[in-house]
Design a protein around this ligand. Structure first.
Ligand SMILES: [Zn+2]
Length: 295
């Protein structure tokens, strides 16, 4: 057995805000990184209750990777300040916004305002639900890890190339599974599925939330029901952390089926990493579509 090279640095300590990013960092970093996520895959990543343990994690981190696009704005900035860790402050090499090279949808036009509660003022932050963006995130992470641990740069490059290849192969399989339903009209609770719908050919015609981050209102729900009836929509996708009361009422009125679909790694027992998240969601979704068509 080969002894470790004397110049080999210790593994880079990485903290990510979400499990999705943690999974991609693990793919790129292998045994040259340790990775911990702050939010669990079962939580709404917009609203994570801060805990002292998060500050401890951040205090020791050499690299913090965030989703960005203001996804974590409600809870992360004070934690970064309280970590008293200069390495991970915005602008330093230990702070990485994973959104810098990805495809962003739902970019606002005109004046950007949070007055109406919209939690997506910088475009849709749920961009990881597009395999193309998964590849781009991996490449962004690779570049930064190579900068922080230059001795392992080749190792990170090889692992990234392997991940990119596996995502591309799986993407072909996922697209084939959803191809028969191209253009299928669906409703989603939150605007989490824009990139997923764009990549896999679904048509999201409406949302249970009147605006991202705003709870359902009777007037909006009524209008949505009418729209679903007019367009014959039979699928309502709901993230696991939202109340099922309104989606269930809408389903009862429209004959649609509610599908609780996790948008993040760890959001369901089978969705244990980035690739398995898509495997899990696409299986659940195609089963639900077939079931709703059979009724
Ligand atoms: Zn959102």
């Amino acid at each position: 057995m080969l002894a470790p090279a004397p110049e080999a640095a210790a593994a880079v300590r990485v903290v990510t805000t979400t499990e999705d990013l943690a999974s991609i960092v693990r793919e790129v970093g292998g045994d040259r990184v340790t990775v911990e996520a702050i939010a669990s895959g079962r939580q709404d990543p917009h609203f994570v209750e801060p805990k002292p343990s998060f500050i401890l994690k951040l205090n020791k981190a050499e690299l913090l990777v965030i989703v960005g696009r203001e996804l974590e704005n409600a809870w992360l900035p004070p934690l970064i300040t309280q970590s008293r860790n200069a390495r991970i402050q915005p602008g330093n090499p230990g702070y990485l916004d994973a959104s810098q090279n990805v495809k962003i949808l739902d970019l606002p036009t005109g004046a950007i305002t949070r007055a109406m509660g919209d939690v997506h003022p910088q475009g849709n932050p749920h961009y990881w639900l597009d395999p193309g963006n998964g590849r781009r995130i991996a490449q962004t992470v690779q570049a930064r890890l190579a900068q922080l641990a230059p001795a392992d740069a080749e190792y990170f490059a090889q692992r990234t190339a392997d991940f990119v290849k596996r995502v591309t192969e799986a993407e072909g399989r996922w697209k084939a599974a959803l191809a028969p339903y191209k253009g299928l009209k669906v409703v989603t609770y939150h605007r989490s599925w824009s990139n997923f719908a764009d990549g896999f050919g679904l048509d999201v015609i409406g949302y249970v939330e009147p605006k991202p981050g705003i709870p359902p209102s009777p007037a909006h729900t009524l209008a949505l029901i009418q729209e679903m009836k007019a367009q014959n929509v039979k699928i309502i996708l709901v993230e696991p952390y939202f109340d099922l009361k309104t989606p269930t009422a809408i389903a009862r009125d429209t004959g649609a089926k509610v599908v609780v679909l996790p948008p993040s790694v760890g959001g369901a027992p089978g969705a244990t990493d980035y690739l398995r998240l898509f495997d899990y969601d696409i299986k659940l979704l195609t089963d639900a579509i077939r079931e709703s068509a059979a009724r």
